[in-house]
Ligand binder design. Structure first.
Ligand code: DGL
Length: 289
């Protein structure tokens, strides 16, 4: 793997952050807000800094090295912003970056990653057929192959890979319930339903925002599973283990501070206000670098 250089040279060992520092969350775009909201609810005293690389979304069609470099850049930004941990709230970015990032930052800046939630689907499927919806890049990565080997194969569950490059842009545009998005979902998921899939693993953090659309088309035929709550629990575990959990009441403060690398932050506000639930306060601004 080609070396990835951080934005700024790191000469000294990283100092450990304090518990009152924010949790950094990164995604290629606004999809990782599905994870950020789970974390915000699960850890009500934590402050979140969310980095959306909207200048480069979608990552799905990009090659492995490019995904790795864009991810390294974003995580470095969160580190320099003073975050105490980083959550790579993107399956595509996690697929190519976790080993590198963990080796690079070491123990003082824990990196939490994502992998499609195949295990609970495999355990609960009655038809022994599970569909996974993810980007082509996620399916190329090693992480998904490992969980198929570890959970699906021993349980003799058939895993159907479903992929499509238009879904992330639909979510970025706030067009989840548009006729075009509904038609795309119908076309790509119907074959899985026809072949008996009873569970659909949402293997991209944009896709939980497609739940109403998928349920509108398929009703009870598909049970939808995503990684949000599991990642929130894992984040809590990592914070406790590293003595970084913030335990004072901070409920009145802004919960999610969003930064976007592309697109006009003002124009994004109406879309974000539909994605982020009303009980969570948030701000959004453009990143200058
Ligand atoms: N949210 C990203 C993921 O979980 C979207 C990927 C993309 O940008 O194509 O995979």
């Amino acid at each position: 793997m080609t070396a990835i250089h951080p934005i700024y040279p790191l000469n000294d060992p990283m100092p450990k952050a304090a518990a009152d520092a924010p949790i950094g969350i990164f995604d290629s775009g606004i999809g990782g807000l599905s994870v950020a909201q789970e974390i915000a609810r699960h850890l009500p005293n934590e402050h979140i800094v969310y980095y959306a690389d909207t200048a480069h979304v979608p990552y799905g069609p990009r090659d492995d090295q490019e995904i790795r470099e864009l991810t390294a850049h974003a995580i470095e930004w969160l580190y320099r912003k003073g975050c105490k941990v980083a959550v790579v709230a993107c399956n595509t970015a996690s697929a190519f970056s976790l080993d590198y990032l963990r080796a690079h930052y070491g123990e003082n800046f824990p990196i939490i990653g994502l992998v499609p939630a195949l295990k609970p689907a495999v355990l609960q499927s009655k038809t022994k057929t599970v569909a996974v919806l993810a980007t082509p890049a996620t399916f190329r990565g090693q992480l998904i192959k490992e969980i198929v080997e570890r959970f699906a194969k021993p349980a003799q569950v058939q895993v159907m890979s479903v992929t499509n490059l238009d879904l992330v842009p639909f979510v970025e545009a706030g067009a989840q319930m548009s006729a075009a998005c509904l038609q795309t979902l119908q076309e790509i998921l119907q074959p899985a339903v026809d072949q008996g899939a009873d569970f659909l693993v949402l293997g991209c953090t944009h896709y939980p925002f497609l739940k109403p659309a998928i349920q509108h088309i398929f009703g009870q035929k598909l049970t939808l599973i995503d990684s949000g709550f599991a990642v929130a629990r894992q984040t809590a575990r990592i914070l406790i283990k590293n003595e970084l959990l913030f335990e004072q009441d901070r409920k009145d403060a802004v919960r999610i501070e969003c930064y976007v690398s592309g697109r006009n932050a003002e124009n994004l506000k109406p879309i974000l206000s539909r994605l982020i639930s009303e009980d969570l306060t948030w701000t959004v601004e453009n990143i200058s670098n």
